[in-house]
Design a protein around this ligand. Structure first.
Ligand code: EPZ
Length: 422
């Protein structure tokens, strides 16, 4: 197993290219199941989660070729041979459940393993099931698998989500593209990944309006055709690397960065005393002098502050001037990074969904352990500003969502390397 060794130090300067979005690509890939014709994705990120989704689609009989060093995914679901998403693949990655809606719509049946527990929360699928049943599917849970069928096809409906779930919105939206009649998803998720999926589905011939707003309307069509689609920029990778110069000082330009993807996040950086400016290539982040100011954060669905940047923001607040309160409202167990940051000398009190961080002058390097994807990168960010060496173990979590971390950070002057555990 590998670890990442970070030696804390001075300011960072230079440019970091931002890849395509993991959470967009993981919902765009299952869209290939909706059509017999090829779907090609460009600007795809090179991540272990994308490899897992590739294996899943191939296990259903889809062809998936990774081209141009993995940045192009050429897919075809002309000859699907199975409608069963196996536990062995699904347990590795929850997003596997995004094949449920497309398979149901295309094949009239789907058997998908329930993902089981996750480090950051229970993460049930009740909203996915509620939505697909409203479209006329019959779904039962048997031996850990969801057995879904709609022998006569799906039928449009008005579906009000009790929570603006990203995954449920994506599954229902994909299924509704081939349903008879009109579907309206009320209180839908508004994340940029939803808009990117809708853009791709429209290129395939789907009729969708309102994506990005709380109400999405889908007019079902008989069939979808092939298309080529460029994956949207990864706003979470973007936000993560924006915090590197914020934590260490310096000035870094994020190539491909877009301010509209990280609005609420930039408001907090501004309040903390960090400069963010738009350039013709992306976004530039700089921190000149003095300590960062403490700011309070509450995680919310888009356009609110993203839960996927909470851990990284906590790393910044560890050395801020003053005390900040971070409230995690999306997942019930997403402070696993706090005890690891405390090992580096941070002062953090966690009570339920609230973490109170009292800023210290400087963190101290230590061996720490990654517990989930975003927690792992928050420890690397903390290590960039800490005194001495930090060794982050279990970085397989990191590989799920960040490509070329060592190359990207050392490219702007960070002292970071990947080491094989003894
Ligand atoms: C997506 O997960 C992202 N994953 C997550 O990113 C992200 O944290 C999350 O959205 C919120 O922004 C992908 O896109 C692959 P939800 P998803 O359905 O779709 C509850 C990362 O770090 N809920 O919006 O699973 C659920 O338990 C990952 O890249 C139900 O109760 O998120 C959670 O508390 C982590 N019933 C909340 O809603 C349901 O049927 C948000 O879940 C569905 C969800």
């Amino acid at each position: 197993m590998d670890s990442i060794l970070v030696t804390g130090g001075g300011p960072l300067n230079g440019q970091i290219p931002i890849a395509g979005a993991k959470n967009a690509c993981l919902t765009l890939m299952p869209a290939t199941l909706l059509s017999e014709e090829p779907l090609t994705l460009t600007n795809a990120p090179r991540l272990s989660d994308i490899k897992t989704m590739t294996l899943l689609l191939q296990s259903l009989g889809a062809e998936v070729s990774s081209l141009q060093d993995g940045q192009v995914l050429a897919m075809s679901s002309h000859d699907l041979t199975s409608h069963v998403a196996d536990y062995d693949i699904v347990r590795k990655m929850r997003a596997s459940n995004l094949v449920l809606g497309p398979m149901l719509a295309r094949l009239g049946q789907a058997v998908v393993s329930l993902p089981g527990g996750c480090a950051i929360g229970a993460r049930p699928m009740d909203l996915h099931i509620h939505g697909l049943e409203a479209l006329g599917a019959e779904i039962e849970l048997k031996d850990g698998y969801l057995h879904a069928k709609a022998p006569k096809g799906l039928k449009g409906a008005v579906i009000k989500l009790s929570f603006a779930s990203v995954g449920a919105t994506e599954n229902i939206m994909m299924a509704a593209t081939l349903a008879k009649g009109t579907t309206v998803i009320k209180n839908a998720a508004r994340e940029p990944e939803i808009v990117d999926l809708a853009d791709c589905l429209r290129k395939m011939g789907a009729q969708i309006e309102g994506d990005g707003s709380p109400d999405i309307t889908i007019q079902g069509v008989d069939r979808l055709h092939g298309a080529t689609h460029q994956v949207v920029t990864d706003r979470i990778e973007l936000g993560t690397y924006m915090l590197a110069p914020a934590i260490c000082g310096g000035e870094v330009e994020l190539l491909g960065g877009r301010i509209d993807l990280v609005g609420a996040f930039c408001e907090k950086l501004d309040a903390a005393g960090i400069q963010v400016t738009e350039t013709d290539k992306g976004l530039k982040v700089s921190r000149r002098n003095g300590r960062v100011k403490a700011v309070d954060v509450v995680t919310e669905p888009f356009p609110g502050f993203p839960t996927d940047l909470q851990a990284q923001m906590m790393a910044l607040m560890c050395t801020a001037e003053g005390t900040s309160v971070l409230e995690e409202k999306i997942f019930e167990n997403r402070f696993m990074h706090a005890p690891e940051l405390t090992r580096m000398g941070a002062r953090i009190d966690v009570h339920g969904g609230h973490a109170t961080v009292t800023g210290v002058e400087r963190l101290k390097g230590a061996p720490v352990m990654a517990t989930d994807l975003r927690a792992s990168v928050s420890l690397i960010l903390a290590g960039l500003a800490a005194e001495g060496e930090t060794v982050v173990s279990r970085v397989y979590h990191l590989d799920r969502g960040y490509e070329h971390v060592v190359r990207k950070l050392s490219g702007v002057g960070a002292r970071i390397e990947r080491v094989r555990d003894q």
